[in-house]
Design a protein around this ligand. Structure first.
Ligand SMILES: Nc1ncnc2c1ncn2[C@@H]1O[C@H](COP(=O)(O)OP(=O)(O)OP(=O)(O)O)[C@@H](O)[C@H]1O
Ligand SMILES: [Mg+2]
Length: 277
């Protein structure tokens, strides 16, 4: 590999350097540095209020960092509006599902492509564009097929189960043809079986499309089964980073979660002990 290709590989994907986000007196993200490459899955975990969603919002342009630099494929995103970030190839889903309940599944998914073409967030504006309808229809069909929701294409989103709604949200993000997806707790509200299926789906998405995923996730089974690398935030600061197994076995990480019930963090060894007890 030449020096030039090495430099390109290092700059590819999302780089967050020394990010600080303050809300009045609260420092929600405190000098965070992390990297989410294209072609792999990066996890971002941490207890409630650790600053995960705030980090996503800084990346997608939904808040204004006080300090730091965010680049995507070498482009400086600082100060770029959300629309510009979508055009660079960054898409996202939300912690609370944000679908148009009165629209059909296909219409919701199509919004992902329309927004990408228009360079706006799918929840802020719908801009129909003549001449692009065939491309939108194709992207919509492909994304629905990939997520296994073609059968409910004509159903109103408001009538679906949480599991199906999560799939519609993912399909909408995929229809946008982004290079990196920021997924904020995409399996929240799913049962264990649905969560397993969702993990398998995300793996196939990365393998087939070659995109990158940065995922916030509370379910450790999902983290260990899906992520290539993970970062742990606590009170806005980077507490730990490493391979999923190192995260699971870290005493530092365990202590951060002590007393929180939302995660139930435990290493695989604990499960064996409990199963045999
Ligand atoms: N718009 C805001 N104004 C003021 N404080 C905020 C705002 N958004 C987030 N915060 C605060 O910043 C901190 C980080 O919040 P954030 O939503 O990023 O946490 P999180 O890691 O996503 O938590 P969770 O796991 O509960 O989703 C919290 O203390 C939160 O109260
Ligand atoms: Mg959050």
């Amino acid at each position: 590999m030449t020096a030039r290709t090495t430099a390109r590989a290092e700059s590819a994907g999302l780089h967050i350097e020394n990010l600080v986000v303050r809300f009045g007196g609260v420092t929600a993200v405190n000098h965070l540095t992390m990297h989410a490459p294209i072609g792999s899955v990066t996890g971002l975990i941490g207890p409630n209020g650790a600053g995960k969603t705030t980090t996503f919002n800084a990346c997608s342009g939904a808040n204004s960092p006080s300090e730091g630099k965010i680049t995507f494929d070498g482009h400086d995103l600082s100060g770029a509006p959300a629309s510009a970030r979508a055009k660079f190839g960054i898409g996202r889903t939300f912690q609370r599902i944000e679908l148009y309940d009165s629209l059909t599944v296909a219409e919701n998914v199509a919004l992902g492509r329309e927004a990408r073409l228009a360079g706006v967030s799918p929840i802020t504006q719908l801009i129909p564009r003549r001449g692009e309808r065939a491309a939108i229809a194709k992207a919509t069909e492909e994304a629905m097929a990939q997520c296994g929701i073609t059968e409910v294409a004509k159903a109103r989103a408001g009538r679906l189960s949480t599991g199906q709604r999560r799939l519609v949200e993912l399909a909408r993000a995929l229809a946008g043809d982004f290079r990196l997806l920021l997924l904020d707790e995409p399996s929240s509200g799913l049962d264990a079986t649905e969560s397993d299926a969702f993990t398998t789906l995300l793996k196939s998405v990365v393998a087939e499309l070659g995109i990158g995923i940065l995922i916030v996730e509370h379910d450790m089974t999902v983290i260990s089964g899906l992520c290539d690398y993970a970062y742990v935030l606590d009170f806005g600061q980077l507490l730990f980073e490493g391979l999923p197994n190192d995260v699971l076995t870290s005493d530092l990480v365990r202590k951060a979660y002590l007393g929180t019930e939302d995660l139930g963090i435990h290493a695989p060894d604990d499960e064996i002990v409990e199963a045999n007890a």
